[in-house]
Design a protein around this ligand. Structure first.
Ligand SMILES: C[S@@+](CC[C@H](N)C(=O)[O-])C[C@H]1O[C@@H](n2cnc3c(N)ncnc32)[C@H](O)[C@@H]1O
Length: 282
């Protein structure tokens, strides 16, 4: 991750108590500006406590004496702290079959559409902002049985390297949301602590990769469906608009875009058609 071009404002620590754990306005502004530059995530004044709590965890972990030292560390390009900071500020809330109407739509509307149109029996789905993996695994469970002998692949990406590592391992202790029939087919109890591992059958459908939605996307081929759910909500309108435009150009004609329950493309003047509850078609 590149170092953000943000103003250096922490050269003079005079006036700060060394052991103070206060986050002053200057530090708040520096951190929110850095978060925005690096990830597009907007941290408003209303989320000040959230930012404080997340950064305090890093400060304690690093045994630093406060926010000034932490901001100084962020400016040291050799420290590698910027990616840790970004990992700390992302919100990774997710669940298996979250917003289950999307998985109904996928099975009842989108899959029949792909079966009619994809004569090459090839399917490409992107889970953009996949967090700890429940979303791509839910997609995989929904399609595995129905696309036998298809070349189906799910690309699952996130900015946060910590969640990606969990997603890649595919081990969960909470399977809530997964329909009982899928649990017995795709989840194996791996130890006495009731940890469950996703089966190879569905793991091999998914490729997990780190990708910042704000950066260049290395993918060349187009997708049949893009899930970018509960991610846009953290961005400002300008970032949302630019991303939706990029999603449009990366979808095949007739491809679907799934967004989160509190998100909408209204007012973005896109060429998408609303075809379901927070489901759009190119
Ligand atoms: C709330 S989770 C949503 C997870 C899943 N899509 C769902 O709906 O359950 C939002 C995810 O977006 C990721 N994210 C935030 N900014 C990002 C960016 N600029 N590029 C890629 N991922 C980002 C976060 O790391 C986080 O894992």
């Amino acid at each position: 991750m590149t170092k953000a071009a943000v103003p250096l404002i922490f050269g003079n620590t005079q006036g700060y108590k060394l052991n103070s754990m206060r986050m002053k306005d200057a530090e708040f502004e520096y951190l929110t500006h850095l978060a925005f530059k690096q990830s597009g995530i907007v941290i408003s004044e209303a989320k000040r406590d959230m930012l404080y709590g997340r950064v305090m965890k890093r400060i304690r972990h690093l045994r630093l004496n406060g926010f000034v030292s932490y901001c100084q560390l962020l400016q040291d390009s050799y420290s590698g702290e910027v990616s840790e900071f970004i990992n700390a500020i992302t919100t990774n809330l997710t669940a298996f079959f979250r917003e289950d109407h999307h998985f109904d739509f996928l099975q009842k509307v989108a899959l029949p559409h792909f079966k009619r149109h994809n004569v090459d029996k090839k399917l490409r789905i992107w889970s953009a902002g996949c967090s700890t993996g429940q979303e791509p695994y839910s997609i995989a469970m929904s399609i595995e049985r129905k696309l036998q002998n298809w070349d189906a692949k799910i690309l699952a990406t996130d900015l946060d390297s910590d969640v990606l590592s969990l997603a890649h391992h595919g081990i969960y202790d909470d399977l809530s949301g997964i329909p009982v029939a899928y649990r017995s087919q795709y989840c194996s109890d791996i130890d006495k602590y009731h940890q469950y591992m996703m089966d190879t059958k569905i793991r091999q459908l998914i490729a997990f990769k780190q990708l910042n939605l704000l950066a260049v996307w290395p993918m060349t081929g187009r997708f049949d469906a893009i899930f970018c759910r509960n991610v846009l909500i953290y961005f400002n309108d300008e970032t949302k608009r630019a991303l939706v435009k990029r999603f449009y150009s990366l979808l095949k004609p007739g491809g679907y875009l799934f967004i989160g329950h509190s998100e909408s493309l209204q007012g973005f003047n896109t060429h998408f058609t609303l075809v379901g509850q927070t489901v759009y078609q190119r």
